[in-house]
Design a protein around this ligand. Structure first.
Ligand SMILES: *Cc1c(COP(=O)(O)O)cnc(C)c1O
Length: 361
């Protein structure tokens, strides 16, 4: 044993999940979203495992450049687009597809004189109010991009859903209607489209478009609250495994850890594990958060420290220093752990820190 803590990445599960996503959106192409180091799973590893995806999407130029540097030749979409002539030139050099959501980006493309031509995803804001042209400005933006001196390879249309994870919410239908009606009114009903993220892909057949853009689902995690991804036939990709550093006796009424935040109500056995906020665990993981040791669940007690957590293993036989423990993974869904930190699984996965090595399973 060399490493105390590591995140295993199950590449077979990644491929399985891509197949599952395809089955939810037959007829749509899949733009695999691998921004933020593939939600903590490793950018290049994930792209290589998902070689069957129709394209990849990242948030930032550097992420795309890293993929090209690793020899990935598939189409790569920059979800936030570019913000300077220098970035545009880099994007052209690497053949990236660009999301266009702001007039600055239209100006940069109008000023571009290079020979390279772009696939441009014009983004419509249908209610998210984050990025995109408002519906009433969309046709004008499209017209300017259709008139570029260096013509685009293709103009496409996309929008992003704000509440697709809430299956009883009318907003998703409203957003899709706004998107489709605006395109139709502009004479663009045949333009190539992209709408659904994971929640849109799994939960809203009307919200797919020609290209779906799943992220979370590919990592085997459900975007819907109160459930886990196995319900959709998805398999967890990351298992965060750590090691028991010691098991100690704590007497009734003694406290454990910083601030004495937990007090033993009985004579207890406390396992100290090598995982803390320095590894990306939220400091506010609550008492009672489950951890798996030897296949059984035990509750976290006391404060999360930088390098360690404490687990109440009172009454458990045979837990000792050196033993492995699972913080989340196939048998302990990250969806469940996220609820104990009052957050979403996205944040836990993206938060796994640099000092945790990723290992292929
Ligand atoms: C991150 C992102 C996605 C993927 O979202 P998931 O909920 O992880 O599926 C899709 N589209 C855009 C524009 C995004 O920023």
């Amino acid at each position: 044993m060399i490493r105390l803590i590591r995140a295993f990445i199950d590449t077979a599960a990644l491929r399985h999940n891509l197949g599952t996503v395809r089955a939810y959106a037959p007829g749509a192409k899949v733009m695999a979203v691998i921004k933020a180091n593939a939600y903590g799973h490793g950018l290049v590893t994930t792209a290589l495992a998902l070689a069957d995806a129709d394209s990849f999407a990242v948030a930032r130029l550097e992420e795309g450049i890293a993929l090209r540097g690793a020899g990935i030749r598939a189409p790569i979409v920059l979800l936030e687009g570019v913000f300077s002539a220098e970035q545009l030139a880099e994007a052209a050099h690497h053949g990236f597809e660009l999301v266009v959501h702001d007039p600055l980006q239209v100006k940069l493309l109008e000023a571009h004189r290079g020979a390279e031509r772009f696939v441009l995803w014009i983004k419509m804001d249908t209610g998210m109010n984050r990025l995109g042209f408002r519906p009433e400005s969309f046709a004008a933006a499209h017209a300017r991009l259709a008139a570029l001196a260096v013509p685009a390879l293709e103009l496409r249309a996309m929008t992003h859903l704000a509440r697709a994870d809430e299956l009883d919410q009318a907003m998703t239908r409203d957003q899709v209607a706004t998107f489709e009606n605006t395109l139709a009114a502009a004479g663009l009903s045949r333009i190539t489209t992209s709408i659904g993220n994971s929640a849109g892909t799994l939960g809203w057949p009307v919200a797919h478009g020609n290209w779906v853009r799943p992220g979370l689902a590919l990592y085997g995690v459900s975007p819907f609250g109160g459930e886990t991804a196995d319900k959709h036939g998805l398999k967890a990709v990351m298992t965060l495994e750590t090691t028991v550093l010691t098991v100690r006796e704590v007497k009734r009424n003694e406290t454990v850890g910083y601030a004495g935040a937990w007090r033993a109500g009985r004579d207890s056995a406390i396992a100290i594990l090598a995982a803390g906020y320095g590894d990306g665990l939220p400091r506010h993981l609550e008492n009672g958060t489950p951890v798996l040791i030897g296949g059984a669940r035990y509750p976290l007690v006391g404060r999360v420290s930088m390098d360690m957590i404490a687990i109440d293993v009172t009454g458990a036989a045979k837990i000792a220093a050196g033993q492995k423990a699972i913080v989340w993974g196939a048998d302990l869904p990250v969806e469940e752990v996220a609820r104990h930190a009052d957050t979403i699984p996205y944040e836990l996965l993206c938060g796994v820190s640099q000092r945790v090595p990723l290992e292929l399973k």
